[in-house]
Design a protein around this ligand. Sequence first.
Ligand code: NAD
Length: 434
Amino acid sequence: MPDKSNRASLLADASKRLEEALKHVTISEDAIARLQHPKTSLSVSIPVRMDDGKLKVFSGYRVRYDDTRGAGKGGVRYHPHVTLDEVQSLAFWMTFKCALLDLPFGGAKGGIIVNPKELSKAELERLSRGYIDAIADAVGIDIDILAPDVYTNATIMGWMMDQYSTIRRQLCRGVVTGKPLALGGSQGRDTATAMGAFTVIQTMLPKFKLIPSETTVAVQGFGNAGATIADLLAEAGYKVVAVSDSQGGIYAPQGLDITSVKKHKNQSREMKAVYCHDSVCSIVEHQVISNQELLALDVDVLIPAALENQITASNAADIKAKYIFEVANGPINSDADKILAAKGIYVFPDILVNAGGVTVSYFEWVQNRSGWYWTLAEVNQRLQDKMLIEAEKTWSISQDLTIDIRTAAYVHALNRLGTALDAKGTKSYFTSGV
Ligand code: NAD
């Protein structure tokens, strides 16, 4: 679970990455001042009629951190530990991620304090529609666009788009991305985050002379992002030796058959190392491990793909992986950054590695607006092209300035954000009349 003691400082911690990157860019003081605060933070109460007839009021948030480069863009998280601070940090990361990928969007995020597993499907639908009723004035196709995040999915996005369209009395497909295909979703959105991460991994590891068959990988989190990246890596010949979910993990040094693990988990909700032939699955030898043990495994590549604050000052010294690719948002805090750097571990940051999701969300928004839908091959090719360009650019900034890859990613994003913010007017325009 995220370390609750650290949660109050999430946004402050996220901002430390900004401070570090600011040492390497030349942008105006005005731009810096504007990037230090979220533009709007909305807190809402959502009354929901439960199946037993009682009324329950949930708390939710929608934060638009910055919209200088375009409408706010960001997912909606359903989790019992959602806080405004967390949503603000996630919106901050979205701002930099969209700039890094050169998408015409700013950064936003939303969340509801709820354990969705405790709600019936009908209650979940009423909650999702109620959330849209509460935030409808703050979102829109050219204002702020929603998407899935932890414990939200395409079905929920479909309800949200439908509710917003009902309120506006017109079909507003582009207000939500990550929708079901039948409601204007994009091909490839469900696998986009992992596909993008896969492109980054495939681009970066050869720089260190690593080849798939000799590279061991551990993946924390077995949801949309984690299970898909584990699958893609296993298919490409990497040795995925450990995976985990919120209940714990499994480890098999000889490598896991990820397709079978996924099949078994879907059928039984439990995680076991299995081999499945048609409908017959047999359990194979494996160790049951905790999430902390998974993080400390002696593997080449570690992929945190669950929640934030998983690697902090309290466990960073235990990390043995040589390369970390952050598929989750904010899995490593800034104190841990220093410890990992001192150990010579390369960290490829969330705002680059998991940007495939928002990139295909952008493609979905473009398709909704144009009414022209792309094939899966077109989506994946455009995604790969974009991820490759920005990953290579980030890498060269890190090499040219001799800085770590996270700082390089922020520098790259900051250059774009600074230019946009300054184009709106700066102090020097005002004082010198230029
Ligand atoms: P998901 O809800 O599909 O899956 C989350 C997974 O994490 C589940 O397997 C869950 O069991 C596991 N988990 C929860 N708490 C855990 C814990 N304490 N330890 C280990 N595992 C735990 O969510 P997702 O969409 O896969 O998102 C995962 C991460 O990726 C989040 O940080 C999210 O912000 C980030 N992300 C997702 C997308 C996307 O498109 N899905 C895009 C960008 C970033």
